[in-house]
Design a protein around this ligand. Structure first.
Ligand SMILES: CC(C)(COP(=O)(O)OP(=O)(O)OC[C@H]1O[C@@H](n2cnc3c(N)ncnc32)[C@H](O)[C@@H]1OP(=O)(O)O)[C@@H](O)C(=O)NCCC(=O)NCCS
Length: 171
């Protein structure tokens, strides 16, 4: 059975280590889904998932990491940041391929929503690549509504069309 927990500093260190180890396999689905598909350079990925980067985000007190655990094994995680006002942003949600399509992503999302309701957030937003059919299907199934579409210059120098979804979590 999958359990969701808020990550401690120690959990975040373990998550970073796992992500960096898994992403060393350039043929893995995880690497294809999250890195090569977007043409993200290796340095950027290594920096995004570095222990220091993740701990620094958590240390702001605004960013929370949620882990989906199958016993001691990490099945996936979500990262949510409470922004100014009443808006929270789902920065990232990843379910590892062997746990895909078993409701783990939905469980992570529900926990993040419940937690941010308590924190007073009224809206959860998320950006997805326009071409990311699976992720978009996931958000739409979870009744997010598309509110915007924009072409952005990514930090790694490519153009990317993003769609923004919004979910009201507290009326
Ligand atoms: C998107 C993601 C987090 C979904 O996690 P998940 O645990 O597999 O999702 P769930 O099992 O909770 O699925 C809920 C619904 O989302 C949709 N969905 C999820 N994965 C899908 C897929 N591969 N293809 C089509 N629809 C999908 C379905 O509607 C599904 O409901 P159903 O199984 O009853 O049809 C996961 O596929 C993932 O990690 N993808 C790679 C990373 C990514 O794109 N993250 C989002 C952007 S940061």
């Amino acid at each position: 059975m999958i359990k969701i927990k808020k990550a401690t500093q120690k959990d975040i260190q373990g998550l970073s280590k796992l992500l960096l180890a898994l992403l060393e396999n350039k043929n893995s689905q995880l690497y294809q889904d999250n890195v090569s598909k977007f043409g993200i350079p290796e340095d950027y990925v290594n920096n995004a998932f570095a222990r220091e980067t993740m701990l620094k985000a958590a240390a702001t007190g605004k960013t929370t990491f949620y882990l989906a655990l199958d016993g001691n094994e990490i099945a996936g995680f979500a990262q949510v940041t409470l922004q100014d006002g009443c808006i929270a942003e789902l920065d990232r949600i990843i379910v590892f391929p062997q746990y895909a399509r078993q409701g783990v992503g939905t469980q992570l999302l529900h926990e993040a929503i419940a937690d941010h309701k308590q924190k007073g957030a009224k809206t959860l937003i998320v950006n997805a690549g326009k071409e990311e059919a699976h992720a978009r299907r996931f958000y739409e199934k979870n009744v997010f509504k598309q509110i915007n579409e924009k072409l952005i210059d990514t930090p790694w120098g490519k153009k990317l069309t993003l769609v923004t979804y919004q979910l009201h979590i507290n009326q």
